[in-house]
Design a protein around this ligand. Structure first.
Ligand code: TLP
Length: 346
């Protein structure tokens, strides 16, 4: 039985064109700057994000850490949403490896940080306080339903930060999903941030890799941070080759994942015992809840698995499903049929 795996867009497999490009990739020692395929990918990424330069790293987690380490020094503070991936799911790396102090501000349901909350969180000049060096945004916002943060919001947050001499880092793991959902050029979402990271290994379907983009000076420092965390890879063109294919061919198709997510959410909203907030489904991520008194969450997930469907759980009665390149429209209908059966106790 073919599994319909909706746990994450990280489960995507490389496309045949990627495998071919990886096989044929021209490579060299990237730590010495001599891998032509990595260099090409970095140039393409910088151009797409409207930045001077980019550096290829192993993962989204490493990308965020490299940016934090480059913007901040030990004991510095960064402002971050309480639902941010950097805060929730990166093993506390900012503190554990960087000696940095996260200052959380409540994420609004749409993934933004209220500007008044941010302003209140910025430290004054006082011998008791850490220095606020950085504000982190996430777009799309994973734990806030895959919400896309608008150009206007991003620009106003950057304006506030810069007026206080504070930098902005954007965790743009799924930034292309945001651009597509908003109908804007990705550059509009990144033009004012000081650094942006994005992932190749999610909806873009690559096996490995993320990029960090910023000014030439920032990226030169980020290369040192990457080396420090052991992220200097050698003939990395083998994996970067898939990234080149992704940027050329896999971006526009993300719209299909959004359509599949919408269809899935609409179907789930009709299932008795489940609750889905359709307004919150803007991109490829669907969250839904099972109501009290129904199936226990483990039973629900086990039932789905038996029917050939995998989803993940992100809270006591909260589930997540993420359509991606490996999921077709008919898989969504099949998944919905399995959900209905399981909820009926069949
Ligand atoms: N997110 C994963 C899990 O870690 C939760 C997922 O399945 O969604 N930023 C954001 C916004 C992310 O969603 C993720 C991964 C990362 C960074 C980290 O990327 P990786 O997994 O490449 O380190």
């Amino acid at each position: 039985m073919k599994m319909i795996d909706l746990r994450s867009d990280t489960v995507t497999l490389p496309t045949p064109a990627m495998r071919e490009a990886m096989y044929r990739a021209e490579v060299g020692d990237d730590v010495l700057g001599e891998d032509p395929t990595v260099n090409r990918l970095e140039e393409m990424a910088a151009e797409r994000m409207g930045k001077e330069a980019a550096v290829f790293v192993a993962s989204g987690t490493m990308a965020n850490l490299v940016c934090l380490l480059t913007h901040c020094g030990r004991g510095d503070e960064f402002i971050v949403g309480h639902r941010a991936h950097t805060f929730l799911y990166e093993v506390g790396a900012s503190a554990g490896l960087g000696g940095l102090h996260p200052h959380t501000v409540h994420n609004q349901p749409d993934g933004t940080l209220d500007l008044a909350d941010v302003e209140a969180a910025i430290r004054g000049n006082n011998v008791h306080f850490p220095r606020t060096r950085l504000i982190c945004l996430e777009n799309t916002h994973n734990r806030c339903g895959g919400a896309a943060l608008s150009v206007e919001y991003t620009d106003s947050l950057c304006e506030l930060a810069h007026s206080r001499h504070i930098a902005v880092h954007l965790d743009g793991a799924r930034i292309f999903n945001a651009a597509i959902a908003l109908g804007v050029d990705v550059e509009e979402l990144t033009r004012n941030v000081d650094s942006v990271s994005f992932c190749l290994s999610k909806g873009l379907s690559c096996p490995v890799g993320s990029l960090v983009c910023g000014s030439a000076d920032f990226i030169a420092e980020a290369r040192r941070s990457r080396k420090m965390v052991g992220g200097g890879m050698r003939q990395a063109g083998i994996i970067a080759a898939a990234g080149v294919v992704a940027l050329e061919h896999m971006v526009d198709r993300l719209a299909k994942d959004h359509a599949n997510a919408r269809r899935l959410a609409e179907g789930l909203a009709e299932v008795a015992g489940l609750s889905t907030d359709l307004e919150r489904v803007q991109t490829n991520i669907v969250y839904f809840d099972s109501l009290d008194g129904g199936l226990e969450p483990e039973q629900f997930l086990a039932g789905l698995r038996e029917g050939g469907v995998k989803m993940s759980s992100t809270g006591p009665r909260r589930f997540r499903a993420v359509p991606h390149y490996g999921i077709k429209a008919e898989d969504i209908e099949k998944a919905l049929a399995v959900v209905r059966q399981v909820m009926k106790g069949e």
